[in-house]
Design a protein around this ligand. Structure first.
Ligand SMILES: [Zn+2]
Ligand SMILES: [Zn+2]
Length: 382
C-alpha cells in the first residue's frame, strides 16, 4: 500500500508506504482498492498552493491549516473496487457490496450541515479550501487505497465502463454535467421562444470534451448548437467527431481575444449559455461580449484573477453569472446512468504509473496533456 504525499508547496510529491493499520475501515464507509485516478488542474492549484484571488491577493491553504498540508494526498477522480466495508454498513438498505466496481464522490464537505444532508455537499459552508473533501486531505486518489467515510458516496460502475473512464466522472464529467444543468433555464427559454439555443464552451480540454457531448445528450431535443473555443488548434482538432457545430480558435493575445469575441458575437451569433473552463480575466470578458440577452455565464476554471464587469451590461442584458464547483452527488449517479446509455466518447487518456505522478503533474503544468492524464495503480490493468 502506497500513497503520494505533499512535501511542500510546489514540490514533487513523495511516495510513501502505508500500513493497513493506518487505514481503518470507517464504520459507515469502505476502503477502496484504487485502480485509476485522474489528474486535474485543481490538483496543481492544491499542491502549488498559490491561488490568485485578484486585486493582488493570493490564497494559500497552508496559511489556514499549517503543517497538516504536508500530510495530504491529492487526487479526487478515483475509481476502484470495494475492498472492505464498515461494520455499521446496513447491507439490506445499501446497494454496495464487497468487490463492487465504483467511482468515489469526493466532494463530501462536512457531511453534517443541512446543505450536505440534502446532497449538495459540494456547496458545504463548513469546508474551507475544500480540505474536508476526498483528494484534498490525507485520503486522496494518488494512492493504492483510500477510505470513504460513508457508502452513500460510492456510485457503482456498470461492467461496461472501464476504471479509467469511470474515475473521470467524479470531477471533469460531473462538473461539466452540473454546469449544463445550472444553465438549463437559459436553454429552455431560448427553445420556448422558438430559437435554437446556442452554447459556447471555452476550453477544449478534458472538461470541454465532456461538456460538448453531455450537452448534446441533455439538450439534443432542443436542437442545441455547440461551439468550443480554445487557443490551441491541436486541442480543437482532438475533439471527438461530431461533438461540436463550430470550433473557434482564440488568440493568446488578450487584445486579440477581445477582437475575436466580436467576431464570435457577429459571426456565430450571441450565446445563450457560456461555460468558461479557463476562468481568467480575458475569457471572462469574452464570455460577457458573447452573451445574448438572458444568457447564463457559468464560470468553472480556476485560473484566477479578477475581471471588470459592467453592472449596466449585466442588468441591461439580464445576464446570470454563476460559479460552479463540481456538482452534487445525485448528478454523479445521473451522469453514470447517462454515459451507460449514450454514445459519449471520453477524453483522450494519457496513462501514467503511480511512480510517475510527478511527471503527470509537470506535463499538466506545461499544458502537454491532450485530454486527461490518468494514474494507473497497476499498469497491467490498462
Ligand atoms: Zn478536478
Ligand atoms: Zn456541510
Amino acid at each position: 500500500m502506497q500513497r503520494a504525499v505533499i512535501r511542500g508547496a510546489g514540490l514533487p510529491l513523495e511516495i510513501v508506504p502505508v500500513t493497513a493499520a493506518s487505514l481503518p475501515v470507517p464504520r459507515l464507509g469502505a476502503v477502496i482498492e484504487i485502480h485509476c485516478a485522474g489528474v486535474c488542474h485543481s490538483d496543481i492549484h492544491f499542491i502549488d498552493d498559490e491561488t490568485d484571488m485578484g486585486g493582488g491577493t493570493v490564497s494559500r491553504i497552508r496559511d489556514d491549516i499549517g503543517s497538516d498540508f504536508l500530510t495530504f494526498t491529492p487526487g479526487h477522480e478515483i475509481s476502484g473496487r470495494v475492498l472492505s466495508l464498515g461494520n455499521h454498513v446496513d447491507a439490506r438498505s445499501c446497494n454496495i457490496s464487497l468487490g463492487d466496481r465504483v467511482v468515489v464522490y469526493p466532494w463530501i464537505g462536512c457531511r453534517q450541515c443541512g446543505v450536505c444532508k440534502e446532497g449538495y455537499n459540494c456547496m458545504c459552508s463548513f469546508n474551507p479550501n475544500g480540505v474536508k473533501d476526498i483528494g484534498q486531505s490525507a485520503q486522496g486518489g494518488f494512492a493504492t487505497h483510500c477510505s470513504v467515510p460513508e457508502v452513500q458516496y460510492l456510485i457503482k460502475l456498470h461492467d461496461s465502463i472501464p476504471f479509467d473512464v469511470g474515475c473521470m466522472f467524479a470531477c471533469s464529467g460531473l462538473t461539466s454535467y452540473w454546469s449544463l444543468e445550472r444553465a438549463r433555464p437559459a436553454v429552455e427559454l431560448a427553445s420556448k421562444c422558438g430559437r435554437t439555443p446556442r452554447l459556447l464552451i471555452i476550453g477544449a480540454g478534458g472538461l470541454g470534451t465532456w461538456c460538448a457531448q453531455i450537452a448534446r445528450q441533455l439538450y439534443g431535443t432542443h436542437g442545441i448548437n455547440i461551439s468550443v473555443a480554445d487557443i490551441w488548434q491541436s486541442k480543437l482538432d482532438g475533439l471527438p467527431a461530431g461533438a461540436t457545430d463550430q470550433n473557434i480558435l482564440l488568440s493568446e493575445d488578450t487584445k486579440a481575444v477581445q477582437d475575436n469575441a466580436e467576431s464570435i458575437v457577429f459571426g456565430a451569433g450571441k450565446m445563450d449559455v457560456i461555460i468558461n473552463f479557463v476562468g481568467n480575466p480575458a475569457t471572462t470578458q469574452t464570455s460577457l461580449l458573447c452573451a445574448a440577452r438572458g444568457a447564463y455565464i457559468i464560470n468553472v476554471g480556476l485560473w484566477g484573477g479578477a475581471a471588470d464587469i459592467s453592472m449596466v451590461n449585466l442588468i441591461g442584458n439580464s445576464l446570470t453569472l454563476a460559479g460552479v464547483r463540481t456538482g452534487p452527488v445525485h448528478c454523479l449517479q445521473e451522469l453514470v446512468d447517462l454515459y451507460s446509455k449514450s454514445p459519449i466518447t471520453p477524453p483522450n487518456i494519457v496513462p501514467y504509473k503511480l511512480c510517475e505522478v510527478n511527471k503527470a503533474l509537470d506535463d499538466l503544468r506545461r499544458g502537454d496533456i491532450h485530454g486527461r492524464g490518468i494514474i494507473y495503480m497497476d499498469m497491467h490493468s490498462i
